[in-house]
Design a protein around this ligand. Sequence first.
Ligand SMILES: Cc1cc2nc3c(=O)[nH]c(=O)nc-3n(C[C@H](O)[C@H](O)[C@H](O)COP(=O)(O)OP(=O)(O)OC[C@H]3O[C@@H](n4cnc5c(N)ncnc54)[C@H](O)[C@@H]3O)c2cc1C
Length: 561
Amino acid sequence: MTTMSNTPKGLPLTSSRIEKIFPKLTPAQIRRVAAQGRTRSVRPGQVLIEQGDRAVPFFVVITGEVEIVRPFGASETLITVHGPGEFTGEVNMLSGRRSLVRARATKPGKVIELDHEQMLNLVQTDAELGDILMRAFILRRVELIAAGVGDIVLIGSTHSASTLRIKEFLMRNGHPYSYIDLERDLDVQSLLDNFQISTSEIPVLICRGQVVLRNPSNHQIADCLGFNESVDQTKVRDLVVIGGGPSGLAAAVYGASEGLDVLVLETSSPGGQAGSSSRIENYLGFPTGISGQDLAGRAYVQAQKFGAHMLIAKATQLVCDRKPYVIEVESGAQISAHTVLIATGVQYRKPPLENLSRFEGAGVYYGATFVEAQLFGREEEVIVVGGGNSAGQAAVFLAQTTKRVYMLVRSSGLAASMSRYLIRRIEESPNILLRTHTEIVALEGGDHLELVRWRNSQTGQIEEHKIRHIFIMTGADPNTSWLDGCIALDDKGFIKTGPDLSAENLTASRWPLARQPHLLETSFPGVFAVGDVRGGSIKRVASAVGEGSIAISFVHQVLQE
Ligand SMILES: Cc1cc2nc3c(=O)[nH]c(=O)nc-3n(C[C@H](O)[C@H](O)[C@H](O)COP(=O)(O)OP(=O)(O)OC[C@H]3O[C@@H](n4cnc5c(N)ncnc54)[C@H](O)[C@@H]3O)c2cc1C
């Protein structure tokens, strides 16, 4: 057996909060846990949880010891040893996903065992134990991620876009993994030989030491890790939320906490656009800012705590002419729901630059607010890409705090739709330099953008500038193409709701009720739209969260109709 450290606990912790990661329950707390489950004896060597088991039980050690190990092939890595008063589990215990580890008794003793439902009931009804367990589960997951202790190994290359995609998928789903870089690890060839993989099939993902996936899609990875297995796809849900960004997660938290049976469908990972923000500084309650990843991770765990489920799946169609409504997903499965909440957000139009996503939040931004303006000093030059109103506003705003703003537009001038006042301001600002017929062709840098090359399409001339900040303001498209004409949209493809729906819209969708649509309700009763995908919405985290929460009160009303 390989021990990760020589400390009695095994895992070398990144946090000093050991008493929060491995808390000892008091006798009174143990009695409350015992009241929910059963007490049983264990013998040395008895495996209580096997790696890969689903919806695993929760154990509190009363006497004896339970060790937690990560098996890999024939060897094991010791993660920790739970003594009396300590308990097993990390965030997979809430989601019912497969266990990353093996739990085994090492001494004769007694444990309290709670099944998955009993454990969920405990965290939802006992506030004190709920706090202790939730905090420990989240902190343990953080430690597993930091130590790369998971049930998968990724073998890839830093120069491969697919490797980056898979890393992002795993990271944003909070799934720990070990990474082997082909360029750095020379012994890796023997590992590849063991699994008969040629270098052309990179990146490779090995699940639980058994299944080998060659350059897998996100969907294949989700299947292999069993992300979706714990979700019953045949049940008719009270509410299906489509999109796991801030608005969808808020709806899931409020809906599930108010007793609704909620299922969230998400194409890739919880967090949406906000999940890609390195620091959100304007969200209420976080004076020092919070990374989008942290906010999304916490919201996701919160939704799970209240019993919401998430399916990693892309919604491909809404069948809205029958009730319950049916949502078809990429795999072909059909999910039924009494009410539906569309929270699919928008996709910013992006220039086709190979390494653009690498610099998002680290030199490439899609909004220019005071937050971004604080990222650089008066001596810096910045670029605004786009010729519409949002680009014009950004250029005028940034010109006040920087040395020079290059405004790059593909066409021969500023968009015809740009307001006159903005055009005048741009013309009157000596430090805004308009470059027409110009497109960015390359970005370079390390952890942060450092250098930009742009090209004039008429002359073919390429210029190189040491610029660290680019604002891409070329508009955003709503993620509504999959609705296929089912729901009334505005002329830009955003979903119309409540008072924005015209009499013609309601006639076209055969609105069947005497009442008018609720605020946030679409042209179909019980189908709501919230967040960035909704016509007229404010494109902010706080407003998305607000709309997701408000919609739940209307969902209750519709369910009683
Ligand atoms: C880099 C960046 C930084 C930002 N910084 C800030 C900031 O500091 N402060 C602030 O207030 N706002 C910020 N914003 C804006 C903010 O993130 C958005 O307004 C907010 O995320 C909108 O939330 P949403 O839930 O409506 O949509 P989104 O966040 O867009 O989430 C939509 C989700 O739906 C999923 N989805 C789409 N189609 C489907 C489908 N067919 N099936 C299943 N799932 C689907 C997507 O994968 C995505 O996860 C930032 C945006 C970006 C891009």
